[in-house]
Design a protein around this ligand. Sequence first.
Ligand code: NAD
Length: 482
Amino acid sequence: MKQYNHFINGEYRPSLHGGTMDIINPATGKKYATLASGDEADVKLAYTAANNAAESWACTPLPERQRILQKIASLIEEKSDQLAEAEMLDTGKPISLARRLDIPRAASNFSFFAAAASQLASESHYMPGQALNYTLRQPIGVVGCISPWNLPLYLFTWKIAPALAAGNTVVAKPSELTPVTAAMLGDICNEAGLPAGVLNIIHGTGPAVGEAIVRHEGIKAISFTGSTTVGKRIAGICAEQLKKSSLELGGKNPVIIFADCDYEEMLETTIRSSFSNQGQICLCGSRILVQKSIYEKFVADFTRRVKEMKIGDPSSPDTEVGALISEGHLQKVLSYIDLAQMEGGRIECGGKQLHMPVPNEGGYFVEPTIITGLVQNCRTNQEEIFGPVVTIMPFETEMEAIALANQTSYGLASVVWTNHLARAHRVAGALQTGIVWINCWLLRDLRTPFGGVKQSGIGREGGWEAIKFFTEAKNVTVRYEH
Ligand code: NAD
């Protein structure tokens, strides 16, 4: 059985203390590989490699850095079949989604930041007759990147690409549940000519490896994507050390549907925004708010369409809904479906674990689930479920819709469906989320700021924001006379 190892100083190596863990295929529930499971000692080794490589990488001329990052992007594209297959096995997501979304985006993260690095100008401030100020944006040094399991290579590279483009070296940790594509990235980096030590990847649990990265005094910034609970813990450790951190956390995203929307397009997109990746995308809409005049029609049409979704073996090209990430997550999602019913919710469709035929009989499948009849302040509508479960609530007026949408401690993304131009802008301005999609979902321009407000995080990724996070600004004042 294959073992995936750490990638340190350009080489694959097992844990110093010999630790390993199982890698499970969520669609079968069976172990299919093992993973080196590291600890602080492995993180220290990775840090040393990253630190040794830092000065040389920071001084590498931009065109050379860009050439290597672009080559990594091209190699990801070349190997997209193997990477998509690996992503499917690790996550249980449909192969069509891994091919369409995860792997192409991992490649474009590298090509985008390879190009962006040379396009961003820094500021200058002129003091007439006195001086000129200019801002240097310099790499931080060694930075830490920690990512979750839902979009493994997509989110891993979303951090690593800007960190490297800005001239930093990196110690990174993918989720222990989905480490394989990150492990494959090591070979790709070597093939692309990335110098040894510039990117180091340590596998293992959050407490043993993630926290060792966050606590390491030499690692100067932490870019984290994951749960709000872990994000708060990381923020606390970073605060003690006055360490820079960027935190992309959980969500409870509203989808607001006005009666004047383009109904068919809204219906199609709302199926995707609810159940893509089994609802395990931080940007999925989990609270659907529908204007009263079309509420009954929407519930009926949406339920009928969701019942037609093809659930099953992720390797089948027409599967639309695959497996949840783990047994633990399956139990969590089922417990929220029970809770919703105790809170007075009515299951319009789904609601049950699915027992699939061989070879998926041990997989973690849950039917796409639609719940109505709940109030906004119940736990089902307040807590992040992160699975194939949505609630639908009616509203009458625009003000009521905005109030319901904002009645949550989270603030990542929101979706608004309307053909009323002024209303679209009004509602977008009033929503307490870092991202608003009007008449679309998951339409991404990598130049735009990405991130959430309230309990959904601190800081922004994407474009200039990411380069800013991964650099330190230094103002230089040149006096004209002396
Ligand atoms: P998680 O917080 O459990 O784990 C995320 C990563 O942090 C993993 O690599 C994990 O090993 C590591 N980790 C765990 N404990 C740690 C610790 N004490 N110190 C350092 N690292 C630690 O999250 P998850 O279950 O992997 O992912 C699901 C969550 O991620 C959901 O809440 C989802 O909303 C969120 N998410 C947010 C975004 C976003 O952009 N805002 C994107 C994707 C997922």
